[in-house]
Design a protein around this ligand. Structure first.
Ligand SMILES: [Zn+2]
Length: 59
């Protein structure tokens, strides 16, 4: 089963295995479609963490 995640920065939906970058923040993994998105996240993580969520593949 594919787990679809949302890039917290740009809001794009992607399969987690297709993510360009994965960052762990406060024990939660965040997936990004590109390196530039992860850079923006690292710059101001609090701004983006609220919108990050796993949309499917939750047990
Ligand atoms: Zn993105």
């Amino acid at each position: 089963m594919k787990t679809i995640v949302r890039d917290p920065v740009c809001g794009e939906l992607l399969a987690w295995e297709k993510a360009a970058t994965v960052l762990s923040y406060h024990g939660v993994l965040h997936y990004f479609c590109s390196v530039s998105c992860s850079k923006r996240f690292r710059h101001a993580p609090i701004q983006f963490t609220l919108s990050s969520q796993v949309l499917s593949g939750v047990p």
